[in-house]
Design a binder for this molecule. Structure first.
Ligand SMILES: [Zn+2]
Ligand SMILES: [Zn+2]
Length: 310
């Protein structure tokens, strides 16, 4: 069985929070890794409401330095200090992130030197592997592409690589004692057990790669499609309804529901989650969902504190 990737939507609103939707923040949990994607104002309280602990965060990915995506950072850093957070905290964001973090540290004040923070600025330039590899932990990695907003902005994909696994049921049937033979079978070698030959290759199967992409504030751009190519889940901003004028969308540098769905379709994503809804759709998120469904079938509009497992 593949280890679960669990994504919790801590906040799904845009610039102005509403009763129903806090500012943007999502927590991606995979094994011991807890990656926070954006950290809008009030995010640490959203953690508590979701029954999650902000002190378990291992990495923070910042899409861009607009307030609705980052105003929660000073508060969460202060909580980490107060709780004696003692691991390394990795923070990734677009160019300018080091300077922004320094300014935010001025807000947090005393005690911040106790945190072991590593900051890396991400450009989102293409590489031979696709986008910029933000980090690679062997079994999984995060890649990034530059988006087209009105400030430096980055989209991220979290990818668990395809993996060879042993078929436990077939293995049990062979009734092998726990011996070094197991390791050889796991490498796909043929070994002799009790006078019989067992072919490791026949015990192995390939578990497909899994990918979750995050496209936050942007205009329509090729990089948004590249980033989310074949994603199992694309989480994308859909600030406005298609009813809004093109002028407004261009000026505000955001996506409409149908533009977001169009990116999912072009990228051949499997599922789509629309977030970052404008306050004007507070009572009618179905409008956004139904518009998107006209272009791309498999759409959800998650509420705050909902989770998706992959
Ligand atoms: Zn925003
Ligand atoms: Zn923005």
């Amino acid at each position: 069985m593949a280890e679960r990737i669990e994504l919790t939507f801590l906040g799904t609103g845009s610039a102005i929070p509403t009763v129903r939707r806090n500012h943007m923040a999502m927590l991606l949990k995979y094994k011991a890794e807890n990656i926070l994607v954006d950290c809008g104002e009030g995010t640490q309280r959203q953690f508590r409401k979701a029954g999650l602990n902000p002190c378990k965060v291992t990495k923070i990915l910042i899409t861009h330095w607009h307030g609705d995506h980052v105003f929660g950072l000073p508060g969460i850093l202060q909580t980490l200090i107060l709780n004696g957070y003692n691991r390394k905290l990795e923070i990734y964001g677009p160019r300018g992130t080091k300077e922004w973090i320094r300014k935010y540290f001025d807000v947090v004040g005393r005690g911040v030197e106790k945190l072991d923070i590593q900051i890396k600025e991400v450009r989102g330039r293409k590489s031979e592997r696709g986008g910029e590899i933000v980090f690679d932990e062997g079994e999984y990695f995060v890649e990034a592409y530059e988006m087209d907003h009105d400030c430096p902005a980055i989209g991220y994909s979290f990818v668990v690589k395809e993996k060879k696994r042993m078929d436990v049921e077939k293995l049990k049937a062979l009734n092998i004692p726990n011996s070094p033979l197991m390791a050889r079978l796991a490498k796909g070698e043929t070994v002799e057990i009790n006078g019989k030959r067992a072919d490791g290759k026949k015990l192995l199967y390939v578990e497909d790669a899994r990918k979750i992409s995050f496209v936050m504030d942007t205009r329509v751009c090729d990089n948004a499609v590249e980033l989310s190519r074949n994603a199992d889940l694309l989480v994308i901003e859909s600030t406005y309804s298609k009813q809004e004028s093109e002028e407004l969308l261009e000026k505000r540098a955001h996506l409409s529901s149908v533009e977001a769905a169009g990116i999912a379709k072009k990228a051949k994503a499997t599922a789509l989650a629309l977030v970052h809804l404008s306050q004007r759709y507070e009572g009618i998120p179905k409008v956004i969902r139904d518009e998107a469904r006209g272009v791309f079938e498999n759409v959800v509009v998650p509420e705050d504190l909902e989770s998706i497992e992959l």
